[in-house]
Design a protein around this ligand. Structure first.
Ligand code: HEM
Length: 516
């Protein structure tokens, strides 16, 4: 075949191509080399600083994840085993991620007051996906200003006004529970969740939902949502985005997120409309009409009045209190009733205190709560053994010293609250249920950070007073009405599942009898 003059020959073309591919290969290899150097440089820093921190053997690629397979209960148990072997501080590699778990109260006290340690880490990303970047996850100036605004709406005077709502919702709960007297199959967490959701909606949003009396979906939604967020954050296979993105759980979570979003959207719109109408009323000189109405200001009302949040931020604030304030209190209530069922002598003392303060008929008022000291101690001791938020963590944004160790920037610090609350180094005979541990003299003898129920420091729980007041009202009302029994024989038998919030595996196995 004759060759066409002026055009490159076949062999020349082949040479050009091979030259091009050689150069491409060299550039690619060089790129990979530089990237590896930078990557290894960063990794090297993590390895360098963590070499003296004790911890279980880390395998290539998966790190210590081999120790954390299984269902949530198995994971909780393995976690506890690791912590027992390495008290105070332990390093855990989860694939490429490095986490120091800190149990020593002296370390926690220093760390949790550092302004550089208030950022949440990747465990919380799933919350942003679902409820938006609210108070629980946000950082910097946004977190500071929102925290200030929300804390202001939880002042003592406002909380005192909430007690009648807690009491009213507990009364509805008691009426519902009368149908379950003598039965072993009470769907307790579901019913308690609905009760506290009603309280949260009424107190923080100023709306009456009546989820206890209706078959409204929202109660179950919050409950399901917390469970799925936990799966996404802690299940090993869901750490791979591809698997998570194609999972059934993700679809269900998205559906929950959409419904929660629709709900907060409608609540915020309704409240904004009400606010506008009030403003118009004022300008039309109808103030007298408004003043005659008894109005309790909810958190949402205060936030709208401050005009410092966008509509989107208001919606996120609603979702934040829904998520942070419902299942925490619901699981706490179940743990408390379970401990009372397991300790009839303690239950009797609580009953006697409640009847001594309230009598047989009266509703709970704010000043009654101050007189129910024993009941409060029982609540604290129940939640020592079963803290509903069992684990929290922080992102280390700059190198920080922890005793003789360094936590390099880029890693996470985890606080295993469940472990600390049961650790024999800080609690004598830790598995014994003893409310007197919370007598003032006994509290003074311990390090304050050996009890981390509501976390501690700059970023502690904003709802802790709300929670304690609600739980005391709820416990007092339920124990005045019913005797609680459980099939469990001891605390060791009770298995806990850690999701975002901890709950009892297979339900609390409780039975109620009416008091005569
Ligand atoms: C027994 C009930 C409760 C427990 C055990 C509890 C526990 C906690 C803990 C341990 C934290 C720290 C989380 C972290 O650092 O990652 C926290 C934060 C928070 N809690 Fe609670 N909580 C309870 C009830 C509530 C209630 C009733 C509300 C609201 C009405 C609430 C709202 C919040 C918010 C908004 C934060 C984030 C604060 C911030 O990051 O600045 N909590 N809670």
């Amino acid at each position: 075949m004759s060759e066409i003059r002026g055009l490159p020959q076949k062999s020349e073309l082949a040479n050009d191509f091979s030259d091009f591919f050689q150069k491409l290969l060299i550039v690619t290899l060089f790129g990979v080399f530089v990237y590896s150097l930078i990557y290894c440089g960063k990794r090297w820093k993590l390895h360098y600083h963590s070499w003296n921190v004790p911890g279980p053997v880390a395998l290539p690629f998966i790190g210590c994840a081999y120790r954390l397979f299984g269902d949530p209960t198995q994971k909780t148990n393995s976690f506890m085993e690791i912590l027992k072997s390495y008290p105070d501080i332990v390093k855990i590699w989860l694939g490429p991620k490095l986490i120091y778990l800190i149990s020593k109260p002296e370390y926690i006290e220093k760390l949790f007051n550092l302004p550089s340690l208030i950022e949440k880490d990747y465990f919380y990303d799933v919350l942003i996906e679902v409820i938006g970047d609210g108070l629980v996850t946000s950082k910097g100036a946004k977190w500071k200003s929102h925290r200030k605004l929300i804390v202001r709406s939880f002042g003592q005077k406002t909380l005192d006004e909430f007690v009648s709502i807690f009491d009213e919702k507990a009364s509805i709960f008691i009426d519902i529970m009368k149908e379950y007297v003598g039965r072993e199959d009470i769907p307790l967490l579901r019913l308690v969740s609905r009760c506290h959701l009603d309280s949260i909606c009424a107190t923080t949003m100023g709306i009456t939902m009546n989820v206890q009396s209706s078959m409204e979906y929202l109660g179950d939604l919050i409950h399901r949502f917390a469970e799925l967020c936990g799966k996404r954050a802690f299940m090993i296979r869901y750490q791979f985005k591809f698997i998570w993105n194609h999972s059934h759980d993700k679809k269900v979570l998205e559906d929950c997120a959409k419904k929660t979003n629709d709900f907060s959207d409608s609540v915020v719109k309704m409240k904004l409309r009400e606010h506008e109408e009030r403003q118009q009323d004022k300008s039309c000189d109808h103030v007298a009409k408004n003043e005659s109405m008894v109005e309790r200001k909810s958190m949402l009302d205060s936030l709208i009045e401050s005009s410092e949040m966008t509509d989107e931020e208001l919606k996120t604030a609603v979702k934040t209190v829904l998520a942070g304030g419902t299942d925490t209190i619901a699981n706490s209530s179940v743990f408390i009733l379970l401990m009372l069922g397991l300790h009839p002598d303690v239950q009797q003392k609580v009953y006697e205190e409640v009847v001594g303060v309230l009598g047989r008929e009266k509703s709970v008022e704010p000043e009654d709560l101050l007189r129910m000291e024993y009941t409060e101690r029982v609540i604290k001791e129940s939640l020592r053994l079963f803290p509903p938020v069992a684990f929290i963590s922080r992102y280390v944004s700059e190198d920080v010293a922890i005793g003789n160790y360094i936590a390099p920037a880029g890693i996470s610090l985890g606080i295993p609250i469940h472990y600390i609350h049961r650790c024999p180094s800080y609690w004598k005979d830790p598995m014994k249920f003893d409310p007197d541990r919370f007598l003032p003299d006994n509290v003074a003898e311990r390090h304050p950070q050996s009890y981390m129920l509501f976390s501690f420091g700059i970023r502690n729980c904003i709802g802790w007073r709300y929670a304690m007041m609600n739980l005391t009202t709820f416990t007092a009302r339920v124990i005045r009405e019913f005797k609680v029994f459980t099939q469990y024989k001891g605390i060791e038998e009770i298995e806990v599942e850690m999701h975002v919030f901890s709950k009892i595996k297979n339900g609390p196995k409780l039975r109620l009898e009416t008091r005569t």
